[in-house]
Design a binder for this molecule. Structure first.
Ligand SMILES: NC(=O)c1ccc[n+]([C@@H]2O[C@H](COP(=O)([O-])OP(=O)(O)OC[C@H]3O[C@@H](n4cnc5c(N)ncnc54)[C@H](OP(=O)(O)O)[C@@H]3O)[C@@H](O)[C@H]2O)c1
Length: 356
């Protein structure tokens, strides 16, 4: 099947100025409120932020593009949904004009469009949330980090979401021998999910109270909240945290306040075979897992959509695609903590060597 190009949609995160400065540096100096107003009231078009090339292909060949939807993270969640979705549709229009046949819905563009299901279907364009490969990579991160945690109790914050529920189901299929606490705000959805996975080898509890996270040894953060939900009082001594969220839910103050706690930025893959020209806020040769899923679907010539909650079947299909394109990367990246390189804890290194 012929190769197809892809587009991956992103948007400015909680602080609009610093993210827009990646497009044009002077915007970094503009007051936040003025930028919010401008994005809401002026006809700001979507912009191409980065181009993506494969190192196993001729240099001039563009494999895909990263496109910025000009809507801030808080606006994504709190402005009129029809306006937000209109802006996302405009970005997909641009992707279509640029020849994309796979479009990935990055960061909050998936949650605000019901995982893409609220968007206009377009013949010739496969949509994906990128959440299935994110869930797969998250489980790989948990496998690696559990031996470094002080005990075997995992809290999954945002467990009922698209990524979260896929992580929970993947853990049910291939248990790590850990007790699970599933955390979110809606108790009925939590209980429904817990019922589906209770036959696993550890206890499965649910909680709508973030205070319950304090019992956990390993915490994975997967909510769609825009704020720093996880603060010092939520974490036990020596806890390990895997934070996949964009915008992130772990308070940057934790880096100073809690030297006993290890916080790893989750959902990031190593892609040494990918040449990404433009600043997506990650060090070189790394990409977010949802961007990786978009690439993999395009490289693999996949035409089916992956909208709505991520499925374990799609997560496994993406894991297999990642192996097929392993010469380009697509495995768990060396760890970052608040964007800075850090080391895997010794126990995590050991777990990898013995193939846990
Ligand atoms: N690194 C990557 O490559 C990557 C890829 C995909 C997604 N992500 C990130 O992963 C996160 C989740 O995405 P998603 O698509 O799975 O979102 P989603 O489907 O909207 O799920 C969000 C989950 O968070 C819970 N939640 C929301 N606000 C909460 C709060 N204040 N307190 C506790 N729970 C809360 C929701 O349940 P309730 O509403 O019941 O609380 C739900 O369980 C986002 O930050 C996204 O940007 C990262």
């Amino acid at each position: 099947m012929a190769d197809s190009t892809f587009a991956f949609l992103v948007h400015p995160r909680a602080e609009i100025a610093s993210d827009l400065a990646r497009l044009w540096r002077p915007l970094g100096l503009a007051p936040e409120a003025a930028l919010q107003w401008g994005l809401r009231h002026l006809p700001v078009p979507p912009q191409t932020l980065a181009t993506v090339r494969r190192r196993d292909r001729p240099d001039g060949e563009i494999a895909g593009r990263v496109i910025v939807v000009p809507v801030g993270a808080r606006q994504m969640l709190h402005e009129d949904r029809r306006w937000v979705r209109g802006r996302i549709e405009q970005a997909i229009d641009l992707a279509e004009q640029q020849g994309a046949s796979v479009v990935g819905l990055g960061a909050l563009t998936a949650p605000v469009t019901d995982g893409g299901r609220a968007l206009r279907p377009r013949p010739g364009i496969a949509l994906t949330t990128g959440n299935a490969f994110t869930a797969h990579l998250t489980v790989e991160g948990l496998q690696r980090l559990l031996p470094a945690a002080p005990g075997n109790h995992i809290a999954i914050v945002g467990a009922t979401g698209s990524v979260g529920s896929c992580v929970v189901r993947l853990l049910a299929d291939e248990p790590l021998g850990a007790d699970l606490t599933l955390v979110a705000r809606n108790p009925r959805r939590l209980e429904d999910l817990a019922e589906q996975v209770r036959a696993t080898d550890g206890a499965v509890r649910t909680s709508t109270d973030l205070a319950s996270v304090r019992d956990a040894d390993l915490v994975v953060v997967l909510t769609s909240a825009t704020d720093a939900l996880i603060r010092s009082e939520h974490l036990k001594r020596g806890a390990v945290v895997l934070d996949d969220t964009q915008p992130r839910n772990t308070d940057p103050a934790l880096a100073h306040e809690r030297p006993d706690v290890l916080i790893i930025d989750g959902g990031v893959a190593a892609v040494p075979g990918i040449d990404l020209r433009g600043d997506i806020g990650l060090p070189r040769s790394r990409a977010y897992a949802c961007l990786c899923e978009t690439m993999l679907m395009a490289f693999d010539g996949q035409r089916g959509t992956a909208t709505g909650p991520a499925s374990t079947e799609h997560a496994r299909a993406m894991r297999d695609a990642a192996r097929r394109f392993g010469h380009l990367g697509f495995d768990l990246a060396d760890p970052l903590s608040f964007g800075r390189p850090t080391a895997w804890p010794a126990a995590a290194e050991l777990a990898t060597k013995v193939g846990r």
